[in-house]
Design a protein around this ligand. Structure first.
Ligand code: ZN
Length: 309
């Protein structure tokens, strides 16, 4: 299995037969897994106290920025985070591809990273090679170089080194984790995912409301088991989108509403401000949720647990 995905992760986003095949499987499994089953409530959830700590949504965006002058989905998302009916001034973490030519690796891309930073968002590292490379398959030299490069790229924008990394394809091991640690980077995974990545060739979510609700119900179980830490009086819930996805950008405001509605439907209290709006608090929460040990059991979005294990 792993060698297939070694190839897979090196492949570009061009469609191939296997790509389409995998996308179909992902779509079918994704739909069957999260669209029909009603949300169940375990004994642990039933026993949650009424005065349970509120949750707070920690929004993250992968793969950008989209360096296009016209109709950039990244810009559209920045506009909606700043101004929307639910909570103005939301701050998010953007996990960047700092050297991809269609992302951060151009003058325009750097300008977009500057816009994100100037708007008060947190910049994290996703990749700093020319492509969306799996860090585990890079040679030790190239991997180390790419971390140095990515940190320098972000420092050039913000004036300081990033503290957060999200591994492409959610793929990591003890070696890459050690590399992150040596570079002062904390690895953040996710609780909820819009399943809007380009990876499977699936770039839209037919049943996004039901999918988010079911993923949040899983989070409720984790909270009931005491598995999620509280930070500054609330429990951060990490949500992942892809700002390179135009569908996501067009539906950003709706996604915010879906998150708020899902929490209400599941009787999960949210913080007075349900989304982070301060970069320092956002970064603190993200670091508290970071994973530092490859043996730690994690829940990856979609089929990724199945792929990597
Ligand atoms: Zn990615």
């Amino acid at each position: 299995m792993h060698h297939v995905f070694a190839w897979f992760s090196r492949a570009t986003s061009k469609s191939t037969n296997i790509f389409g095949f995998l996308a179909t499987i992902a779509l079918l499994l994704g739909l069957s897994a999260c669209s029909v089953a009603p949300v169940s409530e375990s004994a642990a959830v039933a026993g949650l106290p009424q005065n349970q700590l509120p949750i707070r949504f920690l929004l993250t965006f992968d793969d950008g920025p989209v360096a296009t002058k016209e109709n950039s989905p990244t810009q559209s998302i920045l506009d909606d985070l700043a101004d929307n009916p639910l909570q103005p001034g939301i701050k998010a973490i953007f996990f960047l591809q700092t050297r991809a030519s269609d992302a951060g690796g151009s003058a325009l891309g750097r300008e977009f990273m500057q816009r994100e930073y100037s708007a008060g968002h947190v910049l994290g590292l996703h990749s700093a090679t020319a492509g969306h490379d799996n860090h585990r398959y890079l040679s030790p030299e190239v991997f180390t170089h790419s971390l140095d490069d990515g940190i320098a790229d972000i420092r050039a924008v913000t004036g300081s080194a990033p503290s957060l990394v999200r591994p492409p394809f959610w793929s990591y091991d003890q070696r890459t984790l050690a590399g992150y640690r040596q570079h002062g980077l904390h690895m953040l995974l996710t609780d909820l995912s819009a399943n809007d990545g380009k990876v499977w060739g699936v770039n839209f979510s037919l049943r996004r409301r039901s999918s988010m609700l079911h993923q949040l119900a899983e989070v409720r179980e984790q909270i009931a088991l005491g598995a999620l830490p509280a930070v500054d009086g609330s429990i951060p819930v990490v949500v992942t989108f892809h700002d390179i996805n135009r569908y996501t950008a067009r539906h950003m405001r709706e996604y915010l509403q879906i998150l708020a509605d899902s929490a209400r439907e599941l009787n999960m209290p949210t913080a007075a401000k349900p989304f982070y709006d301060d970069p320092a608090a956002l970064e603190r929460a993200a670091i508290a949720r970071s994973v530092g040990d490859a043996s730690q059991k994690v829940h990856l979005p979609g089929l990724w647990n199945w792929i990597w294990n």
